[in-house]
Design a protein around this ligand. Structure first.
Ligand code: GAP
Length: 441
């Protein structure tokens, strides 16, 4: 059953995953903050992506280029020209801007004012470097992270002694002056991208395009997205990004419809040849076998962290009417279980003394917490009934609950309870680190 996005928003706020930005000042449209659990979830997504790229694939190295770069880059990349602009109309009265193709009437949807003719507005956020604000000191917050990779192509090639085909992977912030503000964290002004640029010979680019499309789909399936909730859209030429020779969008079936979460692009030699032209540097690759120089072609995989986080939340959110527990009181309540993949879950194990006011139990439980804390993201919780504490952990997707009871004091063991099945298993504390590790695989 698909979930209502309002329920996800409420869970995110209640459990410290996502907060509206600047809330005490009335908010700031299309901006959000990530709370204690949101940070962990985001980091786990980024780690899973980085591992996939640089550990599980050969010949991909990392990079962390800056957000601020020479404004010349944005001229060379085509972002300063019409290539990176939205067709907008502006209200003559309140000066709000709207996407022309999303308007239902010829009047301003906010104040009914008259609208201007549509014109192109660049999506880049401008800033100034230095003490004077002028066109000469203007630069832009990067709207995509990959340009940092292209302008470092030679640095990476030479310092890491890479041979084509090879990839460079980067995770970092990107900024776009978006004007559509619906659908929670789907479209943001400030967001993170996970981008990998694969440099290859032109004649192999179709093969690699297909390869990376399949690899990216597999990554989502491995992390728990059902096949029926993902689809591939071949983007027709007139809708493609200005740099793309070929483009597919990976779309997820959100509660508000099918929407793009990642793009795979064949950028051809667009980027390196433009940077070569504008910088005057020779960005060609010397092939030792053929003894020839050529401009490598680029296959790009480009994913948005927050959109993927939202997709994982929608996929994992499971509501159980009447609850799963047998007590009549709990039955009346509805239970939420966040069935996140174990690699993504912000908390891996919760350590729970059966009751709070028994010092010998809490002492033992704290010892278990200290034992596991260096190895796994753990939470210690002694507040409320054990049933309520299990439900709190289910709601944030904690795969394992470890309960310390009176038997634990005698036998040096505890109960592991599994989130999805609620099955319980008795295990020895002496072997706990290894046992928990095995259960999290
Ligand atoms: N370098 C290629 C590039 O940036 P894109 O399709 O414009 O391609 C790639 O963006 C991904 O970045 C999208 O699939 C989406 O996940 C994410 N993204 C783009 N704009 C976004 C925004 N305003 N808010 C959140 N994520 C965004």
């Amino acid at each position: 059953m698909k979930t209502d996005i309002e329920k996800i928003i409420s869970l995110c706020k209640r459990r410290g995953i996502v907060f509206p930005s600047s809330e005490i000042y009335g908010g700031f449209a299309s901006c959000y903050d990530f709370g204690p659990l949101g940070v962990e979830l985001k980091n786990n997504i980024k780690r899973a992506w980085r591992d996939e790229m640089t550990k599980f694939h050969e010949n991909i190295v990392g990079l962390d280029a800056g957000i601020l770069m020479s404004p010349k880059i944005w001229k060379a990349s085509g972002h300063l020209t019409a290539g990176f602009a939205d067709e907008l109309v502006e209200c003559k009265k309140c000066h709000k801007r709207f996407k022309k193709d999303e308007l239902k009437s010829q009047k301003c949807p906010e104040c009914n004012g008259e609208l201007t003719k549509s014109r192109k507005f660049n999506l880049m956020l401008k800033t100034f470097v230095g003490s004077v604000e002028s066109e000469a000191t203007a630069t832009y917050l990067r709207p995509e992270t990959c340009q940092g990779i292209y302008v470092n192509f030679l640095n990476v090639l030479n310092s890491a002694r890479m041979k084509i085909p090879f990839g460079v992977a980067q995770v970092g912030k990107a900024f776009r002056n978006e004007i559509t503000t619906k659908n929670f964290i789907f479209r943001l002004l400030e967001f993170e991208q996970m981008e990998m640029q694969w440099f290859c010979e032109s004649k192999t680019s179709d093969k690699w395009f297909k390869y990376w499309k399949n690899e990216r789909l597999k990554w989502y399936y491995d992390l728990g997205i059902e096949k029926e909730n993902l689809r591939i859209i071949e983007v027709p030429e007139k809708e493609r990004a200005h740099y793309a020779k070929k483009q597919i969008d990976i779309e997820y079936k959100f509660p508000f419809g099918w929407k793009e979460i990642e793009g795979v692009h064949n950028r051809g030699d667009y980027d390196l040849s433009n940077h070569m032209k504008h910088s005057g540097e020779d960005l060609r690759y010397y092939d030792e076998q053929s003894k020839k120089k050529y401009i490598p072609h680029i296959i790009e995989t480009s994913a948005g962290v927050e959109r993927i986080l939202l997709a994982f939340l929608c996929e994992a959110y499971t509501e159980i009417k009447g609850g799963r527990t047998k007590t009549t009181k709990a039955k009346k309540e509805e239970e939420i279980v966040l069935k996140l993949n174990r690699r993504l879950a912000p908390v891996k194990a919760a350590i729970l003394p059966l009751v709070k006011n028994k010092p010998e139990l809490t002492k033992k439980a704290k010892q278990v917490y200290e034992l596991l804390k260096p190895h796994f993201a753990c939470q210690y919780d002694e507040l409320g009934s054990i049933g309520r504490r299990y439900r709190r952990q289910d709601e944030i997707g904690t795969p394992l609950c470890l309960t310390i009871d009176f038997e634990s004091l005698e036998n040096n063991d505890l109960t592991i309870r599994f989130r999805d099945t609620m099955k319980q298993e008795r295990v020895k504390i002496d072997e706990l680190t290894e046992t928990v590790r095995n259960k999290l695989v």
